[in-house]
Every structure is written in structure tokens, then in C-alpha cells.
Ligand binder design. Structure first.
Ligand code: PHE
Length: 490
């Protein structure tokens, strides 16, 4: 086949995969999910989910890309032609996530620009609403927020610049965007644990509540968190692995990526909860009431806490640079996953595909830059994470477990890897992982119809939730039906 793009080295690939995995989700999502689901005891279901679904599926996604030298749609097509559609579905979900992920990064740029003036001091919630020009509900579109628009343009321009020449530049950028947030977070952690009240905060995070382990919701959350955090089910890891030579290690890379991601998430909890403990003590309210998930943590609660510390502007700037460097390598990994899929099919140049994708992403992302953007972001995010990823993980297991043959793929993996995996992997891919995912899916759907998500109006959930899911499936079917371009040597 004609020359395929290649990573400069194995560390470049590993860093890029870790960069994709470690993202905004590690900093705000993991600590909150852990806190709500048994604190320290949550580590048990989390590690089990990592071992039973995270690592086996990561090995699967890596080996698909590397074995077939194609991004997700092409690799699944090689397994069986109709499966190409699963690949486009994965890329559709990833693409949709990139639209709003870039908007969250736009907020970070705005906050970074404001770090030195600290304009959020008086009323952080009001400041956040003002930056977003937030309206009262998804039905009130409002107007586009200019600061968010500027941040969005900066984000997409940066993504374009990083991926326009393929993975060589990606490999260089991640040598900065992976270690830098780790170092900054270490500094924030040191600052955090030396603040008064930090110990109470950490006690909240880590005190185990073993009764949570008997609750099925806890287990569901553990699986969902593992998927989101490892960037599984979006077609990214397969695309990244397709840029490795056919004879490169798989298992060791998968273990390193997963463990680095889990370790970072656990560590981030210390930085987050020590500061929350401090905030609770200095404002005299219990830790419970300052703990909220979602954007509220990064853009309301954390800024409040930082504004109370000495050297507030420096700490705030450090915090938002941490978020930006955490986010950017996750954001461009999604875009690269999609661009790789498109290029495999039609043989278009990297820079043209990347450019068109970024402009499209910017335009569609404008929806999330309006006054109602936060509501739509919340709805779309919920559906993509709860349905997109779980369904795709399930279908990937079925495709390999029941159609390609786990033994065949495992023989290949063991032939090229640093260490061998046993029959346990076959059992996971064929039975345990799909059963766990299928169960998560059914439970999710039942819950969805019982309680409207976050009390949003029904029409908004139909449009932003099921409507977006249906659109992605339709587009995936359409692209699958289109003829691809022939390449030399095929
Ligand atoms: N893994 C990233 C995080 O933890 C999120 C992400 C999801 C990245 C999907 C890419 C694709 O934040």
C-alpha cells in the first residue's frame, strides 16, 4: 500500500495515546464520581471495570488499527464489510463530542485571559453566566457570546495547526501537553494540601463507604467512567495505532496507557478535594455543599477557592493552563480519528481534510456558543457518553468475538507484543465485556424513560438526545454506502 503516516517513535505514540486519555474528564469527572459512589471504596469497582472492560477493549482497539493499518471504519470493514458502519458510527460520536469539547476549551481561554484581573471574585456564578450569556433554558437561544466565539476560533485554529501535517507534529506537541499539566497539577496539589481544611476535604474523597458496592448504579458509573476516560469507543485509539508499523507491541502499550490514565485521575482527586476542603473551611459551609459535578466545578467552585488564596492570579492562570493542556490533546485526538477514517476511504490530503473538518466543527459548534449552549452541551454530552460509547464498545466486541475470532486476533497480538495475553482476553471480549456493556445499556435506557434527564423539557431531550443519535446513525449508514476511492496497490 502507498506510504502511511508514521509516528516518529514508540514514546511519541504512547504519549499521544496517554494525552488523548488524560483529559478534562480526569480532573473534574473522576473525583466527583468517586465521591458520589462510595469515596475510597469506589476504587474497587473502578479497578474491576478497568480490568474487565477497559484494558481488554483497549488491546482490541489497538490491535484492530495496527493489524489492518486502517482507522476504525476501514479496519472493521476488513473484518466484515457491513461492520464499516460501526466505525463511522464511532467517528460520528467522536465528531459530535469534539464540537462541544472545543467549546469547553473556549471557556478556558476566556478564563485564562481574565486570570490576572480575577473578575469572577464577587460572584463566580454570575460571572460564568455572563461569559456564556446564559439564557433560562434550551428553548431560548439568546445570542452568541463573543468571548466564547473568539476562544472557539483559537481552539480550532490550534487543532488545525497541530494535525494538518499528520502525526509527526502530534508526536512533538504531546511531549509538552502531557507532562506540563502533570507538573502544574503537582504544584496545585502541593498548594492544596498545605491549605487549612485540606485534610477534611481529602477525608470526604477517600473515606470508603462499602455499602455503595451493593448498588448497581455504582458499578454502572465505574464502567462509564473507565470508557470516557480511556477514550474508548470513539475510534481514536484504532486510528492512532494504525500509524504504528504492523510489528509493534500492543499489550504493554495498552497497560501503560490505562494505568497512567487511572493514576492521573486518582491523583487529580487530591488536588481537587484538598482545595474543596479549604473552600468549605474558609466559607464555613460543609464540603457536601461545595461539591458539584460538571462545568460548575472548574468554572465556578474552583475559581471561588482560588480567589481566596494568596497569589490568586498565578494559581488561576496555572489552573486554566492545566485544563487547556489536558484538553487540547484529547480534542485533536478525536479530530485525527475522524480525519484518518475519511482519508482512508477517499484518499484526500491530510491538510484539506483537517481544514474542512475544523471549519465544519467551528460552524456546528456555534450552537454551543449561544446563550442556550450550556444546556445543549449537557444534553448532547449525556447521550453521547451513555449511548454512543457503550453501544460501540459492545458492537466492537461482537464483531471481533463472534465474527473475526478472538483466538486469531490474540495470536497476532501475542506474536508482536512485549508480553503475552492468555485465554482470559478471549473470554472478556466474547462474553464478559459485552455482557457488562449490554447490561449498562439496558439499565441506562430504562432510567432514561423513567426520569427526564436533569428535568429538561421533553422536546429538547428528543432533539438533542435521540435526534442527534439518529442523525449519527443515518450519516454513518450513508457514508458506508458511498463508494470509496481506490488506492494504488489495492
Ligand atoms: N478521555 C478524555 C477525558 O478523560 C475525554 C475524551 C473523550 C477524549 C472522548 C477524547 C474522546 O477527558
Amino acid at each position: 500500500m502507498a506510504h502511511r503516516d508514521r509516528w516518529a517513535s514508540r514514546p511519541a505514540f504512547i504519549m499521544a495515546a496517554i494525552g488523548s486519555a488524560i483529559g478534562l474528564g480526569n480532573l473534574w469527572r473522576f473525583p466527583m464520581v468517586a465521591y458520589r459512589n462510595g469515596g475510597g471504596a469506589f476504587l474497587i469497582p473502578y479497578i474491576i471495570a478497568l480490568a474487565t472492560a477497559g484494558i481488554p477493549l483497549m488491546i482490541l482497539e489497538y490491535s484492530l488499527g495496527q493489524r489492518f493499518q486502517k482507522a476504525t471504519p476501514g479496519a472493521l470493514k476488513a473484518v466484515k464489510p457491513p461492520f464499516e458502519m460501526i466505525g463511522w458510527w464511532a467517528l460520528g460520536v467522536g465528531t459530535t463530542i469534539s464540537f462541544y469539547y472545543a467549546v469547553i476549551m473556549a471557556w478556558c481561554w476566556d478564563y485564562l485571559a481574565c486570570s490576572f484581573g480575577q473578575p469572577w471574585c464577587d460572584d463566580p456564578q454570575a460571572f460564568f453566566n455572563r461569559v456564556l450569556r446564559l439564557t433560562d433554558g434550551p428553548g431560548q437561544i439568546g445570542t452568541i457570546s463573543w468571548p466564547v466565539l473568539v476562544g472557539l476560533v483559537v481552539t480550532w485554529a490550534l487543532i488545525y495547526w497541530i494535525i494538518k501535517k499528520g502525526v509527526l507534529r502530534v508526536g512533538k506537541v504531546v511531549m509538552i501537553t502531557v507532562p506540563l499539566p502533570a507538573v502544574l497539577l503537582l504544584l496545585i496539589f502541593i498548594r492544596g494540601i498545605t491549605l487549612p481544611g485540606a485534610v477534611e476535604g481529602l477525608a470526604y474523597y477517600l473515606t470508603p463507604d462499602f455499602s455503595a458496592l451493593t448498588n448497581s448504579e455504582t458499578w454502572l458509573q465505574a464502567y462509564a467512567q473507565v470508557f470516557f476516560s480511556l477514550s474508548l469507543g470513539f475510534g481514536i485509539l484504532t486510528a492512532y495505532a494504525s500509524y504504528l508499523p504492523k510489528r509493534s507491541d500492543i499489550t504493554n502499550n495498552a497497560f501503560m496507557t490505562s494505568l497512567a490514565d487511572a493514576g492521573f485521575a486518582f491523583f487529580a482527586g487530591f488536588a481537587v478535594f484538598s482545595v474543596l476542603g479549604y473552600l468549605a473551611q474558609s466559607t464555613g459551609v460543609p464540603v457536601d455543599s461545595v461539591v458539584k459535578a460538571g462545568p460548575g466545578l472548574a468554572f465556578v467552585i474552583y475559581p471561588t477557592a482560588m480567589s481566596l488564596m494568596p497569589f490568586a492570579p498565578v494559581i488561576a492562570a496555572m489552573f486554566f493552563i492545566t485544563l487547556l493542556t489536558l484538553g487540547i490533546d484529547s480534542a485533536f485526538s478525536i479530530v485525527e480519528g475522524a480525519v484518518a477514517g475519511i482519508r482512508d476511504k477517499w484518499n484526500i490530503s491530510q491538510s484539506a481534510t483537517a481544514g474542512a473538518f475544523c471549519i465544519f466543527g467551528l460552524l456546528v459548534g456555534l450552537v454551543f456558543a449561544t446563550g442556550s449552549g450550556l444546556y445543549w452541551l449537557d444534553i448532547v454530552d449525556h447521550w453521547m457518553n451513555n449511548y454512543g460509547l457503550v453501544v460501540i464498545g459492545f458492537l466492537e466486541c461482537v464483531a471481533i468475538g463472534w465474527f473475526y475470532g478472538t483466538k486469531k486476533l490474540r495470536d497476532y497480538i501475542n506474536e508482536v507484543s512485549d508480553f503475552k495475553i492468555g485465554i482470559w482476553w478471549d473470554i472478556f471480549v466474547k462474553w464478559i465485556t459485552p455482557l457488562a456493556l449490554g447490561w449498562a445499556l439496558v439499565t441506562n435506557i430504562i432510567n432514561e424513560f423513567q426520569i427526564p434527564y436533569e428535568g429538561y423539557p421533553k422536546w429538547a431531550l428528543i432533539v438533542g438526545g435521540w435526534g442527534v443519535v439518529a442523525t449519527i446513525i443515518a450519516v454513518a449508514a450513508f457514508i458506508t454506502a458511498l463508494p470509496g476511492a481506490r488506492k494504488e496497490g489495492e
